[in-house]
Design a protein around this ligand. Sequence first.
Ligand SMILES: CCCCCCCCCCCCCC(=O)SCCNC(=O)CCNC(=O)[C@H](O)C(C)(C)COP(=O)(O)OP(=O)(O)OC[C@H]1O[C@@H](n2cnc3c(N)ncnc32)[C@H](O)[C@@H]1OP(=O)(O)O
Length: 215
Amino acid sequence: MTDQDRHGASAHPHDDASAPRAEVFRGPTEPPEHAVAPERHPQAPEPGAWLGTHYDQCFGCGEQRPEGLHLRVAAGPGVSVTAEFKVAEAHQGAPGLIHGGLLSAAFDEVMGTVSWLLRVPAVTGRLETDFLKPVPVGRIVHLRAWCVGQAGRKFYHRAEARLDGPEGLLVAKAAALFVGVKLEHFVTHGRQEDVQAVLEDPQRYRSLRAFDVNP
Ligand SMILES: CCCCCCCCCCCCCC(=O)SCCNC(=O)CCNC(=O)[C@H](O)C(C)(C)COP(=O)(O)OP(=O)(O)OC[C@H]1O[C@@H](n2cnc3c(N)ncnc32)[C@H](O)[C@@H]1OP(=O)(O)O
């Protein structure tokens, strides 16, 4: 059976007149035509400044999670951040290699931290990862994430991971759609004992005030 037999008159399924048109295939992580360039908040930390953990129990950046990634994220130029972590024993999938889901988690964390420069609390709507090379235990993964566009509440981010430093071997790439939310999102949906603990801790509350200036 030929392609023509399978899909009617045309040789390719996407040539079928009843199939969705090309723009439908752009994908939800691609900024639409009307997207605007993201704006770095005037009070965002200077490039090079450490952004610190947003929550000490966070798997990505929290200091209190022994098995976590312990990402240290720094503001970069424009609307970008950089970060590094060391691949630990607890991060293995195949013997001696990082678990792919944890690399995606690292991307999620750094792209999530881009929100700090925009001063808009946002959560991941969609996250795509291209795994290009295996990543061994014991190596440093250097990450960079940046925002490529905004359309209303939707923020379009990109990220890359390189071995050992900013000029190292490119091992993975990611694209994501983040959706801006109100702080109520966290307060309403989080397990209440954890939410209360955060709200009652003045140190944590100070870091959350970064978001209050935003409409
Ligand atoms: C106590 C306080 C602590 C605070 C600490 C801060 C910590 C931060 C931590 C960060 C940690 C790291 C980060 C993490 O790990 S964040 C954790 C992982 N993410 C989540 O848990 C998010 C779960 N999802 C939701 O809550 C809702 O679905 C959201 C909020 C995302 C949207 O529901 P909402 O009802 O609000 O809005 P909407 O449905 O009208 O959608 C709005 C627009 O977005 C478009 N869209 C949505 N989803 C998708 C999709 N999948 N593909 C394509 N498009 C999508 C949608 O079509 C629409 O477009 P348009 O029709 O307008 O054109």
